[in-house]
Design a binder for this molecule. Sequence first.
Ligand SMILES: [Zn+2]
Length: 522
Amino acid sequence: MNRITGMLLSLLLLAAMAGGSDLQDRCAGLTRGQLQSVIEFLSADALEGRAPGTRGGELAENYMYSLFKQLGLDTRFQPFALHGFRLDSLAMTAGGRSLAFPGEVVGSYVRAEKEFSLEGDAVFAGFGIRTPLWQWDDYKDADLRGKVLLVRVNDPGMFDARVFEGSALTYFGRWTYKIEEAARTGAAAILLIHTTPSAGYDWQVVRNSWSGEELFLPASLDNGLKFRGWISEASLRSLLAERKIDLERLYRRSLRRSFRPVDLGFKVRFSGRNAFRDLETRNVVAEIPGRSGKSIVLSAHIDHLGRDESLSGDQVFNGAIDNGSAVAALAMVAKVFAASAGELRHGLTFLACQGEEAGLLGSRHFVANSDRARILANINFESTPVWEASLDAFAEGGHYSTLGEMVRQVAAAQGLGYSRFTLADQGLFFRSDQFPFAQAGIPAIWLSAGEKSASGRNHIAAFFKGGAYHTVKDEFDPNWELAALRQTIQLAVGLIERLQAAAEAPRWQGRLPFPLATESGD
Ligand SMILES: [Zn+2]
């Protein structure tokens, strides 16, 4: 072997060891300090849990702006308006019986009125679902203007495996969908009927998450639905029983396609005091332009739950994993590609979005103000794992589009398996920032290193189920290996390389368990 061939061979060998591309070399060269610093800063107590419209939230926005600018990216704030409402007191009667707030009922009154009162006929509306996808219409032609709708959460598939997607929650089972659909009927109020199995969490969770201020995009209030809340099933059952109405019978009727809304023969009255304000918050958007005029949007939410001053001891929801580690992945992918400006076929857009915890508000605003035809795909990072290396990868929502198969190939090239996210049945695809992209018809996934590990521990499931998720314990830990975070970055970079080279744009496939915006008409 001559010297030149030998040198070439060793260069080839080096390239193969590093995953075969300059970009993968850059991923491997990211230091622990670089990965860690983004999480550490965003989850510091000084950022006060990064709620939209707070000082900590603004600091997070400024930090991302400066980080992207420093990478040399074309960076801007995308400000948007929100309306905030907080119920200070609520007196509610249903059929003459009073219901306790917040022990039996919680909610938001979404009009700028300090004192309010509202009354309407109670109507049981089954699952409150209207979709041609499963030929299901709970509302039929009923006139529901001004009514108070009582609606079951989850979808009929939870009770009958032959309809919808069986036990896998579709978007039509999510309470957010129930509110959107109720607003389209002209109803004045909706009360979601809470049961622990159908909601997936107990009344305490509903009570906690609806006790503070609720934030809304102005356009989502452009309808007659003034009160949105929950009622505990036990309370509803007993108040119906007093009127000789059997809730179980209503439930059985709601499992049939022939179901029609049932007038319950009594009125519901709401009155109370309300606090409200208008605020502004900001997404941060950074771009690396490409030649095709199309771009791939990478996203991660920078906000978290803020602080709760009613707690004794620790009051700050630091959100180190939700979503500091995901923002670290976003920032590092931006860093890896920053040196490729001018070389890309498709542009890259980095979206550090606000208001995710309040209902995907920042990503909704971004999508509503984007030219959808110019977005090739969305790759979202959410609660990115920070622990030991994973043996596999997942792309939540990947099976709905050709992106899943691409991720499987990228993972294989990096020596990883490809598995379904075991928590997918809880509707997680509908619960992070990939979803507004999907609703707009843009192929979208939540990309992550997977749940399998050499130690056999499923760190991700442990985090979400009874772990630090949405508690003040979601704090930075200097002992984290950060290996799975680096893998997530490598997967994203690999997927972007593949999308850059692909002859065809990614596309949806099969039956989607949610309406595309073109089908729902908004
Ligand atoms: Zn999150």
